[in-house]
Design a protein around this ligand. Structure first.
Ligand code: MCA
Ligand code: AMP
Length: 531
């Protein structure tokens, strides 16, 4: 038996080849036969480019059906898919290339990733080099100039926002790869980069078994139907839009309205033809801010799902009052895929993330052991959903697991007598802005390197649109810090969503007796910054 997750999808694709698969706002829609043909040609094109099973393929592309075909083609060939956020700068991209050591990069030339490779260019920036943990042992000189071109030996193909480019041409010309390469449940299907408290991103290795088991579990838990129409407005470079959303359709059936990005007006326009939507909380607050978002437009909807960041109880209540729908909140991570969910049938409680999914074990624990009902501790997870480890970081992987094999999520939670979990905070120093993770350490390392800055603390404070807004609190070295200069210095080194929305100068950072910066005090002090 072939445990390649693509085999699972293929069964579904072939069940009704003429059925609609992708509803595309500005293009001809794709049937399942189209998707399967393009995926098989993408696999053929990868073979033509010399990519083999087990090779990594890094992609940084806009959300197009062709990009989707590329993802599926990688799976079919048994290559390891490594998607990157389109917001990452060239400097960040170079780190991922050096870490993943891919056989191929497919990117959108309009992102500044000029395809003519220029090597050894002075002023090229490695955003993690000065942390001491980056690929270069020697810290580089502070950034000068702009990192505009990829400095790498990796072969590059292009795919733009219209689904055109050299890779699209190759797909057109390629033979279809007929058979799906055999994989076991433990073979790696994808590497998803997530940052961490050291600031250096780690690649979470997800197996074919992780992907197929989670997809099956979610289809059952959410009662997926063959006539469901998913409103897909999430990006497809993170777990939520890629594995959770797409795989429900590829395993459970139905079709999806495939929007290039979230835009409240387009979503409101497409809601009447849809039955399920998945989103981050910002999607729901932005919809609620529109008068046109009414009970009427949601009439055909059976389910709204939220995750990636805490859904405020107030949003949950306002959504129910406006639409009559109780948003189903679930909880997951790149390392674990989805772990818990509120019930489809039964009470969905705002502010909770529900119960461990079938086949998944979740517990609350601390150094002293497993905690009981009502006690706050770390959320730990074990099951077929949990990843195989961090790419080329065995020690880091070992650190994150308990001796009995539970993955320590770094989220703080509490469980009630029935097993329902609420997330109450984070043990890890993490900011979640509009569903994207920002690790303060990554920003602080860059800020602390600036000659004008003596030290810095990066915090998240309540933000009406993004949930949390990134704020940098800096202590100047001598004289005031030029905030515009700070912003310019970060521009080429950090994705836009990681850059502080505000930079605030203070005389000192508050510290406890151990000398540790008290971020809680800063969060309190600046709590109303975006109010
Ligand atoms: C865009 N900007 C942001 C964000 N997105 N800043 C902070 N946080 C963000 N999330 C910047 C833009 O670059 C822009 O900067 C300015 O903010 C305003 O942009 P706007 O047009 O409002 O943004 P947008 O393009 O509409 O994007 C907002 C968004 C998007 C739709 C909420 O961020 C999004 O799609 N988020 C989904 C994230 C997601 O899929 N997370 C799943 C991770 P400027 O004005 O300077 O140009 S997977 C996960 O977490 C786990 C597994 C799980 O449980 O799901
Ligand atoms: P990522 O590393 O991008 O996979 O993000 C995973 C993190 O998102 C988790 O560790 C949580 O901190 C957070 N997260 C995901 N879903 C929820 C949720 N429903 N409520 C609160 N936090 C969530």
């Amino acid at each position: 038996m072939n445990d390649n997750v693509y085999s699972l999808f293929e069964t579904r694709f072939r069940a009704d080849e003429d059925a609609a698969c992708l509803w595309l706002p500005d293009r001809d829609d794709w049937r399942y036969a189209d998707l399967e043909d393009r995926a098989s040609r993408a696999a053929g094109a990868l073979v033509d480019l010399g990519v083999q099973s087990g090779d990594r393929v890094v992609t940084q592309t806009e959300k197009t059906p062709e990009a989707l075909a590329l993802y599926l083609g990688c799976l079919k060939l048994g290559a390891i898919y490594v998607p990157l956020n389109t917001a990452y700068t060239v400097a960040e991209l170079e780190y991922f290339l050096s870490d993943a050591k891919p056989a191929l990069l497919v990117c959108d030339p309009s992102h500044g990733t000029n395809v003519s490779v220029e090597r050894q260019r002075p002023g090229m920036v490695d955003p993690w080099a000065t942390s001491g943990a980056g690929p270069q042992a020697e810290p580089k000189a502070p950034a000068v100039g702009h990192a505009e071109q990829v400095e790498s030996d990796v072969p590059i193909e292009t795919l733009d926002a219209s689904g055109r480019g050299t890779f699209a041409d190759r797909m057109d010309a390629a033979q279809v790869l007929e058979s799906t390469v055999s994989r076991t449940v433990d073979d790696i299907a994808a590497i998803v980069y997530t940052s961490g408290t050291t600031g250096r991103p780690k690649g979470a290795m997800l197996t074919h078994g992780n992907l197929s088991s989670n997809a099956r579990t979610l289809c059952d838990a959410w009662g997926w139907r063959s006539d469901d129409v998913l409103l897909h407005a999430l990006p497809i470079f993170h777990v939520h839009g890629l594995f959770v959303a797409l795989h429900c359709v590829f395993v459970g059936g139905g079709s999806m309205v495939f929007l290039p990005r979230f835009d409240a007006d387009s979503v409101i326009e497409q809601l009447p033809r849809s039955t399920v939507m998945m989103g981050v909380p910002t999607f729901y607050t932005r919809l609620l801010a529109r008068d046109a978002f009414s009970r009427d437009v949601c009439q055909g909807m059976r389910l709204f799902i939220s995750g990636s960041a805490p859904l405020a109880a107030q949003t949950f209540a306002a959504f129910e009052a406006r639409t009559g729908h109780r948003i189903l909140e679930r909880y997951g991570m790149s390392e674990t895929l989805m772990s818990t969910s509120n019930p489809l049938v039964g009470e969905r409680i705002g502010g909770t993330v529900g119960f461990a999914l079938p086949g998944v074990e979740a517990r609350i624990a601390n150094d002293g052991g497993v905690l009981g009902e009502g006690e706050i501790g770390g959320i730990e997870v074990r099951g077929p959903n949990v990843f195989r480890g961090y790419w080329e970081m065995p020690d880091k992987t070992a650190e994150e697991f308990s001796s009995d094999g539970f993955f320590q999520t770094g989220d703080l939670g509490v469980m009630d007598g029935e097993g329902r979990i609420s997330i109450v905070g984070r043990a890890k120093d993490l900011i979640i802005s509009g569903g994207y993770n920002v690790y303060p350490k990554e920003v602080e390392t860059l800020m602390d390197d600036m000659p004008e800055v003596s030290e810095s603390a990066v915090i998240g404070v309540p933000h009406p649109d993004f949930g949390e807004g990134v704020v940098a609190v800096v202590v100047p070295r001598d004289g005031p810090v030029d905030v515009a200069m700070v912003e310019r210095a970060l521009k080429d080194r950090l994705a836009r969503f990681k850059q502080p929305k505000r930079v605030i100068c203070v005389e000192d950072l508050p510290r406890n007796v151990m000398g540790k910066v008290q971020k809680n005090a800063l969060r309190e002090r600046f709590a109303n910054l975006f109010a």
